[in-house]
Ligand binder design. Structure first.
Ligand code: NAD
Length: 543
């Protein structure tokens, strides 16, 4: 039912006349929201309305949380092997419907079909990992801590958890969240991005086909009101957030706002955004929380003179302009150590050959950016760089894509002579814009990077193991690439952002993800013939 509606792009005329309304998922049923208010989901390549996403009412939100709460006791008691088997089935179904999911992502988000497949695939890997998650949930056991007394620890699920998603990975990021939470025995309320909600509901339909019981996964749509409701709800025990900290609604910074509001309610928060934990602490009344939050980024690459020329140029172009620069791990700044001129010119020649087109076109290397306001913001940041003295080596601002004249396209853009005080450097641009900086030494390059407030990823291109090792040790970034431009860890590790790109203690997926969605219980048991006498001792027990 959901796949039929959302997996293919309907004809433009029918879309404009009657775009489908994206349903909520409550207690195992896809239901239309009663809310009259909705937001258009717009194809960024054509401006056609793909669907409409409702601003879910508070009553409907409460119903979703109640469904999750009701499903919890039986789900937590479902054997872990059964929960894992559902993930086995889910990974099979995601593979089966990969093309349909990718088409929905390209239609709603704009990235190329090949990149959309990558989006689904990197989420699929988390589902695959969840198939063996029992290993990560094992507790510990120490026998005979005192005579006849044993102590053991157990990892237990938390209850109802919630996830709030960004637009840039409509499949991967929901799959970072609910498969891990559910396999640990939790139930879940997911709030997809209002810009591209289709993949989430398609994945939910697959999860139910795989055997996920009703109420274990629920979906509610909306924007800040629904997010605030998630943060405030007393039945939600943990919140995972991935997104920005752009000043938006309510003059708050989305990430910071959610982090402080949810943790003030005593919830665990898992959060990827742009501000440091310390900054977030100052903003919020943070009590009794354990947080995990992923936010924005400014990822640097350092190129040493001994780097392999071809491989490095290919890596810079792919990581700088792939997905139109809308990846939290996009390489947005390159620091050339030593002579930069010849690198910059070759980079420009290679970037010029990239094909900008609608993501559905087979020759597209990069598609449009998500929205008109996003495009305006990117153009403003490019201009601010030029105004403050940067040189526009490649200008993609006025690109026109035949057949898609209304799309939000920006061609690959390269700014050189960028310095650390420029706004285009300080802000996350989140578009196909690569900034070039210069340094005289590796130390100077690392110093630039370490002074930047963000710390998601950083990479180095070199043939020197000594330089690479120094970089790996001294660089302040959560994910380090050595001749690898986008070092996103596979699910048996965790996504380990640093500084202002991450707030919290427990990262997404991997061992840390399991720890986030579970809590420890420690049991001390005594099995011995209890002495019939000996009296009562009020002293602290010792062994
Ligand atoms: P966004 O912050 O605008 O939206 C993320 C979610 O928060 C959405 O579901 C949105 O509805 C909600 N939201 C936004 N403003 C809010 C507010 N004021 N109050 C309550 N809720 C609010 O982010 P986006 O533009 O969708 O995603 C792009 C951003 O996400 C980039 O900054 C990118 O770096 C970041 N990101 C980070 C990672 C990472 O792992 N570090 C991964 C993906 C994306």
């Amino acid at each position: 039912q959901i796949f039929a509606k959302f997996s293919t792009a309907p004809e433009p005329s029918s879309k404009l006349l009657n775009p489908p309304r994206v349903p909520n998922l409550i207690g195992g049923t896809f239901v239309d929201s009663k809310s009259l208010a909705s937001i258009d989901v717009i194809n960024p390549a054509t401006q056609e309305v793909v669907s409409q996403v409702p601003l879910t009412t508070n009553e409907e939100f409460k119903a979703a949380v109640s469904a999750a709460k009701e499903a919890f006791p039986s789900w937590r008691n479902t054997p872990i092997t059964t929960r894992q088997r559902i993930m086995f089935k889910l990974q099979e179904l995601i593979r089966r419907d990969m093309d349909k999911l990718a088409m929905n992502i390209t239609t709603e988000q704009g990235k190329t079909l090949k990149d959309a497949h990558g989006d689904v695939f990197r989420g699929l890997e988390v589902v695959e990992h969840a198939c063996g998650m029992a290993n990560l949930q094992m507790g510990g056991y120490v026998p005979n801590v005192s005579n006849g007394i044993d102590t053991y620890s157990i990892r237990e699920p938390l209850g109802v958890c919630a996830g709030i998603c960004p637009f840039n990975f409509p499949a991967m990021i929901p799959l970072w969240m609910f498969p891990v939470a559910a396999t640990c025995g939790n139930t879940f309320v997911l709030k997809p991005s209002e810009k591209d909600p289709g993949a989430s509901i398609m994945l939910a339909e697959l999860a139910m086909e795989a055997g996920l019981p009703h109420g274990v996964l629920n979906i509610v749509h909306g924007t800040n009101d629904i997010v605030n409701a998630i943060c405030d709800d007393d039945d939600i025990r943990a919140v995972s957030f991935v997104g920005s900290n752009i000043v938006s609604f309510l003059l708050t910074l989305a990430g910071m706002h959610i982090y402080s509001r949810a943790s003030a309610k005593g919830k665990r928060v898992q959060y990827i955004s742009r501000f440091s934990k310390n900054q977030l602490f100052l903003m919020g009344n943070l009590i009794n929380f354990c947080a995990q939050s992923n936010m924005g980024a400014k990822n640097h690459g350092v190129v040493l003179p001994d780097a392999s020329v071809d491989a490095t140029l290919n890596a810079l172009v792919a990581a700088g302009f792939g997905a139109a620069g809308q990846r939290c791990m996009a390489l947005s700044t390159v620091v050339f150590v030593g002579d930069s001129k010849s690198w910059e010119n070759k980079l420009m020649e290679r970037a010029k050959t990239l094909k900008v087109n609608a993501g559905t076109e087979p020759d597209a290397d990069l598609g449009p950016v998500i929205s008109k306001p996003a495009k305006e913001r990117i153009l403003r940041l490019i201009q601010s760089g030029v105004d403050s003295g940067a040189r526009l080596l490649l200008d993609g601002r006025n690109i026109v894509v035949p057949g898609y004249e209304h799309g939000n396209f920006i061609g690959p853009t390269i700014l050189t002579d960028v310095t650390a005080d420029m706004e285009c450097y300080k802000e996350e641009i989140f578009g196909p814009v690569l900034l070039c900086m210069k340094a005289d030494s590796l130390e100077e390059a690392m110093n630039i990077i370490n002074k930047n407030k963000y710390g998601n990823g950083a990479c180095i291109f070199t043939s020197s193991g000594v330089a690479a090792r120094k970089f790996q040790t001294e660089i302040e970034a959560g994910q380090v690439g050595i001749n690898v431009p986008i070092p996103v860890p596979l699910p048996f590790f965790s996504f380990t952002g640093n500084k202002a790109s991450f707030a919290g203690d427990l990262n997404f997926y991997g061992k840390a993800g399991v720890n986030f969605y579970t809590q420890m219980k420690t049991v001390t048991q005594q099995w011995k013939d209890l002495p019939g006498s000996g009296g009562v001792s009020l002293a602290m027990p010792t062994s």
